[in-house]
Design a binder for this molecule. Structure first.
Ligand SMILES: NC(=O)c1ccc[n+]([C@@H]2O[C@H](COP(=O)([O-])OP(=O)(O)OC[C@H]3O[C@@H](n4cnc5c(N)ncnc54)[C@H](O)[C@@H]3O)[C@@H](O)[C@H]2O)c1
Ligand SMILES: C[C@H](N)C(=O)O
Ligand SMILES: [Mg+2]
Length: 371
């Protein structure tokens, strides 16, 4: 198969869909790889590294979109990329469609077969192609929150770990999955007073056993959320209902009862965000203030640590890319129901239920499209 990888064009996105090592793996398995010139620069990979791996370096994205059977990316296609997608082509990348009606409409209209990293499942309902970026973003969320808590950024001037004789910051983590776990690890490591809220008793038990006295756990209901959020210096939004728009758990009304200068980091912003007042921001301008509460809502946090993130991402995306290239998308998805869960759009049909329900499309199960 001819596999193409364009340079990412989202604001401050430095990751790349294929590392030179991944390109070499595809080539070694008999496939052709076309890489856009400069696509790897953000991770320190030069065109010459891709050439040495057997890939063909192409100027600009146009011929990659026009002539490659599968396009491998990191971020959801931007409007100018969507205009280049076509029927008969596979798009393999993060999509986050439920909160993004424009992107969904464009993908439906293009006829492309779009497989979303974030809905590919693993054993026990896990999301293995989301996990490494959630580990990165969870860890980064505390760094981002610590910076936003500084006075110059509108924060209340609180140091996460405090100092001897002065209390540390209170950090509330909403959602104890991968992002929440990693955020809690960083916050607890810095000495913060950490509370993790989740609705899943097994998650509460798992984080409770892991953190012991270094973090408190609370069931996530309206009363407990209100209490934890209003006491917190820093709140991390880390909830997910796979593929669906994030539930709004902190209302605009609640902001009035929060402490002035407290900080919300909405990691779940890629699925629309879990605070009512969240709107996506970029690394260029990551924060804004509503009712004296600082909001950080960057939807591609791992792009800032592109080298770590790209290698972590390729470790989990490449095995499926190889199988799709080897078997064709239909056979690869037929033989692996976890990969089939990644199918979101095919030839104008929406194949992911939560996306169809959220955006008002007919839902056509992947099974029907694989026959
Ligand atoms: N902004 C970014 O750059 C970035 C990077 C990576 C991941 N993410 C996003 O972060 C979010 C979390 O991802 P994850 O991998 O941690 O997911 P996960 O599935 O591992 O964890 C989500 C947790 O949320 C919990 N939850 C669901 N509803 C809840 C509620 N009402 N109250 C409390 N908890 C609730 C679930 O029980 C689960 O434990 C996703 O939207 C993901 O796409 C964003
Ligand atoms: C998954 C997440 N939105 C990312 O950019 O990595
Ligand atoms: Mg206030």
């Amino acid at each position: 198969m001819r596999v193409g990888c364009p340079k990412e064009i989202k604001n401050h996105e430095y990751r790349v869909g294929l590392t030179p090592e991944s390109a070499r793996e595809l080539v070694a398995n008999g496939h052709e790889v076309w890489i856009e010139s400069g696509a790897g620069l953000g991770i320190g990979a030069y065109d010459s590294d891709y050439s040495a791996a057997g890939a063909k370096v192409i100027e600009g994205p146009d011929s990659i979109f026009a002539e490659c059977e599968m396009v491998v990316k990191v971020k959801e296609p931007q409007a100018e990329e969507r205009a280049k997608l076509r029927e008969g082509q596979i798009l393999y990348t993060y999509l986050h469609l439920a909160p993004d009606p424009e992107q969904t409409a464009d993908l439906v209209q293009s006829g492309v077969t779009a497989i979303a990293y974030e809905t590919v499942t693993g054993a026990g309902g896990t999301l293995p192609l989301l996990k490494p970026m959630s580990q990165v973003a969870g860890r980064m969320s505390i760094q981002a929150g610590a910076t936003a808590l500084e006075k110059a950024h509108g924060g209340r001037g609180v140091l996460i770990g405090g100092v001897p004789g002065v209390m540390p910051a209170k950090v509330a983590v909403i959602g104890g999955g991968v992002v929440g776990f990693n955020a809690a690890q960083m916050a607890a490591g810095l000495g913060a007073d950490v509370t993790i809220l989740d609705r899943d008793p097994e998650v509460l038990e798992r984080v409770g056993i892991h953190f012991e006295s270094r973090a408190k756990t609370r069931f996530s209901n309206v009363a407990n959320l209100y209490d934890a959020v209003c006491q917190a210096d820093l709140v991390i939004g880390a909830v997910l209902i796979p593929g669906a728009a994030a539930p709004k758990l902190v209302s605009r009304e609640m902001l009035k009862d929060m402490q002035p200068g407290s900080v919300l980091v909405d990691v779940a912003i890629d699925q629309g965000g879990c605070f009512e007042t969240s709107k996506p921001t970029t690394h260029a301008e990551p924060t804004y203030i509503v009712d004296d509460v600082v909001h950080y809502c960057v939807a591609n946090m791992p792009g800032a640590v592109a080298r770590t993130s790209t290698y972590a991402l390729n470790n989990v995306t490449l095995p499926h890319a190889l199988r799709i290239a080897q078997m064709g998308w239909k056979e690869a998805l037929r033989s692996d129901s976890n990969l089939a869960a990644g199918l979101n759009v095919h030839e104008g049909k929406v194949a992911y239920q939560a996306v169809a329900e959220e955006l008002g499309y007919d839902y056509v199960p992947a099974d029907e499209l694989l026959n």
